[in-house]
Design a protein around this ligand. Structure first.
Ligand code: UDP
Length: 468
């Protein structure tokens, strides 16, 4: 039997969840001689992006793809529901892989993504200590853990509440900004959300990708409430390096020729999409702002803001064809558009980048904080509206454009907010606050920092387990 402690990771489909989980795995290897196996549920062949991430992992991190499960009966269902059911339907094959790891290694923990919450039961059944890796902030975790209480006390839809929802240690959040599954209490998804909340309490610990200096009040309040559940705020964990050095080199070359801090990077995460009309308004706003921009363009979708979330981006054939006529030619001195994907971590760390128009996915948010880049908050789905509230109202490191009566953010508003962020007085204050947050993040990760200590606590839990 292998002697090094072994940890199994269960990510869910979707790059936004896979990336921080594998980065967490890499971080663990810096602290101890662990062996890690990522067990990956699938619905078909894995995307090129996913394969690149996994192939670049060090040899102490293995990966196993579980046999694909069928989602034939779920055509057109929301990605959140598809992901949850992919995880549930993969449980039998997960049990097989875990059973074989228990027999051949010193398996000390199973770390699951919250979408795979039912895997905690499988871990318990096999006497493996269950942990959750929560890939967003403490405010969202607090909402999840408090949702059964809210369900008992609130009688209307949360979005119709006259007052914002108050969670311990958190900034009040308007009901319409709560996470997607809480927007329709009659939905199957909401029921699953409540179930997830109750199941979370089965874990021995929850690892959160955040840090004390960012949402310490929410973490402390949560610690008070969840006495039997250890919380480990070990972030920010962000993507390190490029998964493919050739990909995106055009936009890095273009950035090399732009003045320092002059470029607004525009990107809606790994799968965010705009409606056709909204895409047009964004193009208008960027052009009329006269500010430099680098825009990752994805084909529009009028139905769903996360239509591309589970899709292979290399299959989005010609998104630039949806831009207004003549846009690329007219803005060729002002900006660059790239189809579908850019090396975001490198773009944000480039000296020419001065602002980030972002969908506020949590990884994108942390990547921006780590580079001290202020944000224009343009949330689309999942918990992104909550992240936008945190960034704009609490931390005050972002501006959020307002939608009009047709629920569109028009070009004029976009240009106004871009100018305010890139060259206005408000922008200066926001930029300074973001620089301070970057310093706080670096402190959390320093040898005596709060996140380093939390990680040391966690690894000692795993390495001090008795041999069996
Ligand atoms: N990303 C990237 N290039 C892109 C789009 C996204 O490298 O063109 C990366 C980004 O750096 C981040 C992740 O994909 O690490 C997106 O995660 P996030 O949580 O921000 O959003 P999600 O994709 O889950 O909506």
């Amino acid at each position: 039997m292998e002697q090094n402690p072994h940890i199994a990771f269960l990510p869910c489909p979707g790059m936004g969840h896979l990336i921080p989980l594998v980065e967490f795995a890499k971080l663990l290897l810096h602290h101890h001689d662990f062996h890690i196996t990522c067990i990956i549920p699938t619905t078909g062949s894995p995307s090129k992006a996913m394969k690149e991430v996994l192939q670049a992992l060090p040899t102490s991190i293995d990966h196993v793809f579980l046999p694909p499960v069928s989602l034939e009966d779920l055509k057109g269902a929301k990605p959140g529901l598809q992901i949850t059911l992919t995880m549930t339907r993969s449980l039998p094959s997960l049990r097989d892989v875990l059973t074989s790891l228990v027999a051949t290694t010193r398996l000390v923990a199973l770390v699951v993504d919250p979408f795979g919450i039912d895997a905690l039961d499988v871990a318990k059944e096999l006497n493996v200590s269950p942990y959750i890796f929560y890939p967003t902030n403490a405010m969202v975790l607090s909402l999840l853990l408090n949702s059964p209480k809210l369900d008992e006390t609130v009688s209307c839809e949360y979005r119709d509440l006259p007052e914002p929802v108050k969670l311990p240690g958190c900034i009040p959040i308007p009901g319409r900004d709560l996470i997607d599954p809480m927007q329709d209490r009659t939905s199957e998804w909401y029921k699953m959300f409540l179930r997830t909340s109750k199941q979370m309490r089965l874990a021995d610990g929850i690892v959160i990708n955040t840090f004390m200096e960012l949402d310490g009040n929410a973490i402390t309040a949560l610690e008070e409430e969840t006495k039997n559940l250890s919380l480990y705020a070990i972030g920010p964990i962000i993507q390190s390096g490029s998964r493919n050095p050739v990909e995106g080199s055009d936009c890095l070359r273009w950035l090399n020729n732009q003045p320092s801090g002059s470029v607004l990077f525009v990107c809606f995460g790994s799968g965010g999409t705009l409606s056709y009309d909204q895409m047009n308004e964004l193009a208008l706003g960027l052009e009329s702002s006269k500010q430099k921009f680098l825009w990752v363009v994805r084909s529009p979708n009028n139905e769903l803001a996360n239509a591309a979330y589970l899709a292979d981006q290399t299959l989005d054939n010609n998104p630039l064809a949806f831009l207004p006529n003549g846009f690329i030619e007219r803005t060729k001195e002002q900006g660059l558009v790239v189809p579908s994907w850019a090396p975001q971590a490198q773009v944000l760390s480039h000296n020419s980048t001065g602002g980030f128009l972002s969908h506020c996915g949590w990884n994108s948010t942390l990547e921006s904080i780590m580079q001290g880049i202020p944000i224009i908050a343009w949330p689309l789905f999942a918990e992104q509206r909550m992240n936008a509230v945190l960034l704009t109202d609490d931390l005050q490191v972002a501006l959020r454009p307002k939608a009009n009566e047709k629920n569109l953010v028009d070009g004029e508003e976009i240009a106004k907010v871009i100018n305010s962020l890139m060259v206005g007085e408000d922008g200066k204050k926001i930029r300074n606050r973001m620089k301070n947050l970057k310093i706080a993040a670096e402190k959390a990760l320093s040898p005596n920092g709060s996140s380093t200590k939390a990680l040391a606590d966690l690894t000692s839990q795993w390495t001090n387990q008795p041999d069996f």
